[in-house]
Design a protein around this ligand. Structure first.
Ligand SMILES: [Zn+2]
Length: 421
């Protein structure tokens, strides 16, 4: 009997990890971090008989602990080449910010490249004697995958984070998945319905155009991996007049370089290349001051106005009603972004700002919403049993309830719970 241990992302978002054992062999799927102080990782696993590690995608809540495992084993790391390159970039960035609080070094991060085993979508790879693994496009960020494992005559799917809706950056998740017996699925937006993508994009472009036409600057705080590139593509596709410059700050520059190298993971490599060609790169504070002076669009981390260069821009832009601050992701309660949306006042670096700039939110989700989750999961053939992870406790419960109402077996996984099949 195969045994599956849920190491993390149980009734929480963060530190994903799943340990699968069969006879004398084992494999690991994801090993992420949860950003608390100090950062939290899943419990350590025995690595003696580890046959491989499969990584769904580069986001640190899935990849942030991978070096801890690699330094203990020579087992290979299986993921798409885009995920490998983006993970290395994100891990190095995390190391730069929190090095003393991390249980690994830069040398351990280098093992991601050394132990990497190239894996393409739809290709089946053996992991030891007892496991076979196939990656399917998850449509979440470029290179993201669902991991399907065949073990003991059964098939288990780990969805990772997925988005069934296509965007300008990603083709949507693979439709028509093969038969599975067990599905471990994310539940992030199990309690939300997103407006149609086109409506959100149109609203975003309208806010941007109104801002620049009245001589203001539109600040779009956005995460550097995926979201920033998608906004660049949307502005490009909607023909934002060339007289309005688009500035890119932070990690997005390095991400652009990686994505252009891996065009097979993009919806339209040509569109991204064109968008990247137009963007002006910000290198230092002098560039930042100049960018604000001229008007235009500034895309800068962090997505919830929690640190990063977005603080510097915010302080230069907040008190002029010509400017706008446009959030493009969900703002977690308690973050400056959520506070600003609710009250138009915000505490940044210890000072309270009354904001005169226009504040908007146009949420471009990279996860399926409640309808998308249910639609995708119910279409998986084989009447699989569902295990819900990667969501707030209420979201996991909500998805379980919706699946049960459709007559399906669904269970919210608890941390370190073990199941057999
Ligand atoms: Zn993710």
């Amino acid at each position: 009997m195969a045994k599956l241990t849920f190491l993390g992302s149980c009734r929480e978002v963060g530190r994903s990890g799943f340990f699968l054992e069969e006879k004398d062999e084992s494999i690991l799927i994801d090993y992420g971090v949860k950003f608390t102080d100090p950062p939290l990782f899943p419990d350590m696993i025995p690595t003696d008989n580890l046959q491989g590690i499969a990584l769904t995608h580069a986001h640190l809540d899935h990849s942030g602990g991978i070096p801890i495992i690699l330094k203990e084993t020579e087992a290979s790391l299986f993921c798409t080449p885009a995920t490998r390159d983006l993970s290395i970039l994100l891990l190095k960035d995390m190391y730069k910010i929190s090095r003393t609080r991390l249980p690994f070094s830069l040398k351990d991060i280098a093992l991601v490249r050394r132990q990497y085993q190239a894996t393409a979508y739809e290709e089946t790879m053996p992991m030891g004697m007892h496991f076979e693994m196939t990656l399917f496009n998850a449509g979440h960020i470029p290179g993201s995958a669902m991991v399907s494992i065949r073990v003991n005559g059964k098939r288990v799917l780990f969805t990772g984070d997925f988005n069934a809706t296509e965007s300008h950056l990603n083709a949507g998740a693979r439709k028509n998945l093969p038969k599975h017996d067990v599905v471990v699925t994310e539940s992030t937006y199990a309690r939300r319905i997103n407006p149609p993508r086109d409506t959100t994009e149109q609203a975003l472009i309208e806010t941007v155009i109104e801002t620049v036409e009245r001589g203001g600057t539109a600040l779009i705080p956005a995460f550097g991996v995926g979201r920033s590139q998608e906004i660049m593509c949307i502005l490009e596709k909607n023909n934002l007049p060339a007289k309005y410059p688009i500035y890119i700050d932070g990690m997005a520059r390095a991400v652009n370089d990686i994505l252009v190298k891996h065009p097979q993971y993009l919806q339209s490599p040509h569109a991204l290349q064109k968008a990247v060609g137009r963007a002006r790169i910000i290198n230092d504070n002098r560039d930042r001051t100049n960018a604000v002076k001229g008007g235009g669009v500034i895309i800068s981390p962090a997505g919830m106005l929690k640190g990063g260069a977005s603080h510097l821009y915010f302080k230069m832009l907040y008190d002029d009603p010509k400017n706008s601050i446009i959030f493009v992701s969900f703002q977690i309660p308690g973050t400056p972004g959520a506070e600003l949306l609710a009250t138009k006042k915000v505490d940044v670096t210890g000072r309270t700002f009354e904001v005169k700039a226009e504040v908007r939110q146009h949420h471009l989700s990279s996860h399926s919403d409640s309808r998308g989750l249910l639609d995708m999961l119910l279409k998986i053939p084989g009447e699989p049993e569902f295990y819900l992870v990667h969501g707030e406790s209420e979201s996991c419960d909500a998805l379980a309830e919706k699946l049960e109402k459709k007559g399906r077996k669904a269970h919210v996984a608890e941390r370190n719970e073990k199941i057999g099949f």
